[in-house]
Design a protein around this ligand. Sequence first.
Ligand code: HEM
Length: 124
Amino acid sequence: MDEPNVYELIGEEGFARLVGAFYRQVPKDDILSKMYPPDDLHGAEERLRDFLIGRFGGPQRYIERRGHPRLRARHMPFSIDQAARDRWVALMDNAFAEAALPAEAEGFLREFLSQMATFMINQA
Ligand code: HEM
C-alpha cells in the first residue's frame, strides 16, 4: 500500500487533537506518569506532535529543533518493557477514539505507532 499523505488528510489540527488526547491521560496513568517529565508535559506533547507532523508530510519543525530523531536512542533513558509499550499503545488507542480522524489516516497512523512502540522496547 502506498503511504497516504496523512498531513494533507488531517493537517496540524488533526495531529494536535490526537497527541493532545494522548497527553491528557498521561498524568493519571500509573506506569507512564512516572516516566514523563511532570513539569514539561507540554514540551513533551509538542515534541511528539512535531515529530509526527514532520514524519507524515508536514513542516520539519522537529528536526529543526531537535536534529535527527534517533528515537530508539532517545528512549534508552526510560525502561520500556512490554507492559509500558502496551500501555502507551492503549492510551494512543483511547486518543484515536477521541480524535475521530478519517479512517485512512487513522489506520495508517495506528499501524506505524504500534510498530514503532514495539521497536522502542529496551527491557525484558
Ligand atoms: C513504547 C512506549 C513509549 C514510551 C513509554 C515512551 C516514552 C517517552 C518518554 C518518557 C519521553 C520523554 C518525554 C519528553 O520529554 O519528550 C519520550 C519522548 C519522545 N517519544 Fe516516546 N515513548 C514511547 C513510544 C514512542 C513512539 C511509538 C513514538 C513515535 C513513533 C515516540 C516518539 C517520541 C518523541 C518524538 C519523543 C521526543 C524525543 C526528543 O526529542 O527528545 N515515542 N517518549
